[in-house]
Design a protein around this ligand. Structure first.
Ligand code: IPE
Ligand code: IPE
Ligand code: MG
Length: 258
């Protein structure tokens, strides 16, 4: 764990970091363990990374925990993932509240096992007043689904939005990004270089960081390193680089007369 002075010198106010927590199964296989052992250690990583993100003052952290396509996995693995999610929230809720972390689940809620859903909603209620880190966990999440739903809601709210792409666009952005805003830095562990239907709209100008580290072995120093690299990137948002400050000096030789 980083010490206090290192944390003081490493504050990241305003940043929205999103993480695709990938590689649990491969990590477990490499240790000769079943895939679910990777998910169990992955939960411990998530716990440490949330604490660290809070300590260094990240404003919003969005973690990809379970995609809508992950329902394709064997039932026993899915059951275990939700069991672990519930155990994590039960274990952590008081601590999150103490730290002022606000927990929010994003994604569909109508297919989540009842006990896990109840726990998620309880954590949301208990931490709703938190003014520190905004922790969003994507569960039964599909970005394309979220975009389609946000567009339908916008159209239902305003007939005008149906004919005004600019208006629809800002309503969809508001619905998806909310007070977290768009993503500044997206990290994917596990070596794959794809988005797997995560935050497609909100990552329009995100800086992307892919690491070979598997999620169970990702640590605080890896997060710090990804942020340090992000700080060296030049974000242009479609513009041109800032020109360097010009040195104003007298031209050599005689002034040209008219
Ligand atoms: C990510 O790790 C966790 C979930 C999708 C729940 P994986 O389970 O996808 O691990 P790999 O990619 O198979 O190693
Ligand atoms: C993305 O990982 C989902 C999560 C990390 C929760 P996957 O392992 O499901 O993604 P693909 O199938 O390799 O694209
Ligand atoms: Mg994977």
């Amino acid at each position: 764990m980083a010490n206090d002075s290192a944390i003081q010198g490493n504050r990241q106010p305003g940043l929205h970091v999103a993480i695709i927590m990938d590689g649990n199964g491969r990590w477990a296989a490499r240790q000769g363990l079943p895939r679910v052992a990777g998910h169990r250690v992955g939960v411990l990583t998530a716990r440490r990374i949330v604490e660290h993100a809070d300590e260094i003052g990240i404003r919003c952290l969005t973690l990809y925990a379970f995609s809508s396509d992950n329902w394709r996995r064997p039932a026993a693995e899915v059951t275990r993932v939700f069991w672990l999610l519930r155990a994590f929230l039960r274990m952590e809720t008081a601590r999150l509240r103490e730290r002022g972390v606000r927990f929010e689940a994003i994604g569909r809620r109508d297919r989540i096992p009842e006990a896990a859903l109840r726990t998620m909603e309880r954590t949301e209620e208990v931490t709703a007043g938190g003014s520190g880190l905004h922790l969003r966990v994507a569960i039964d999440y599909s970005s394309r689904d979220a975009i389609a739903r946000a567009a339908c809601e916008a159209a239902a709210l305003s007939d005008e939005a149906l004919f005004r792409p600019d208006m629809l666009r800002s309503m969809v952005t508001q619905a998806l990004a909310g007070d977290c805003g768009e993503v500044d830095l997206l990290i994917r562990t596990g070596g794959e270089k794809r988005l797997s239907d995560f935050l497609l709209w909100e990552c329009a100008y995100a800086e992307l960081a892919f690491t070979e580290r598997m999620w169970p072995e990702f640590d605080e120093a890896d997060l710090d390193a990804a942020i340090a690299e992000f700080r060296h990137r030049e974000r242009r948002f479609g513009g041109v680089p800032e020109p360097p400050m010009k040195q104003v000096s007298e031209p050599a030789g005689q002034p040209v007369s008219a």
